[in-house]
Ligand binder design. Structure first.
Ligand code: ADP
Ligand code: MG
Length: 144
């Protein structure tokens, strides 16, 4: 298990990290995204989308579990499972075609669907440290 940490000091830097990972992401790879409300998950996701070549606006899909973007160099599947009641809802939206397809998946609140996560994925965790300033974020990138 390999883990590295990136510190950012502005939303732009978090966006840039997302963009870089989006540029590097291999089709078929899965990223999970963990962090409290307002920590920068959407900022990171927007960067990742940009790195995949998506120019349309990307927001939090709070009321839809899955948002699909087809515009980039491969499909981008953005999941937000915060409001999921039961893992069976993932079956209903056909998650397997996304997880095991040719696109890149990003799953917010993935801890709620841990039992269906594949063996290998990259876990992104964003956290604040107010002692280091309001705009400081520590971002862990851990390959599992
Ligand atoms: P989440 O999706 O996790 O709820 P958002 O991405 O919607 O959070 O919001 C993050 C907020 O924090 C934005 O208002 C953004 O401008 C601000 N912010 C301040 N510093 C940073 C940083 N270093 N990285 C990301 N966002 C930051
Ligand atoms: Mg968000």
């Amino acid at each position: 298990m390999e883990e590295r940490f990136v510190e950012t000091f502005s939303p732009e830097e978090t966006f840039e990290l997302g963009r870089k990972l989006g540029e590097e992401a291999a089709p078929g790879s899965i990223y999970t995204l963990v962090g409290d409300l307002g920590v920068g998950k959407t900022v990171f996701t927007q960067g990742m989308a940009a790195g995949l070549g998506i120019t349309e606006p990307v927001n939090s899909p709070t009321f839809t579990i899955l948002q699909v973007y087809d515009e980039g160099r491969c499909p981008f599947y953005h999941f937000d499972v915060y409001r999921i009641g039961d893992v069976s809802e993932m079956d209903e939206i056909g998650y397997e075609d996304c997880f095991y397809g040719e696109g890149v998946c990003l799953i917010e609140w993935a801890n709620l669907i841990e039992e269906i996560l594949p063996e290998h994925y990259t876990q992104i965790t964003i956290s604040k440290d107010l002692e280091k300033g309001f705009d400081y974020r520590k971002i862990s990138v851990k390959r599992k």
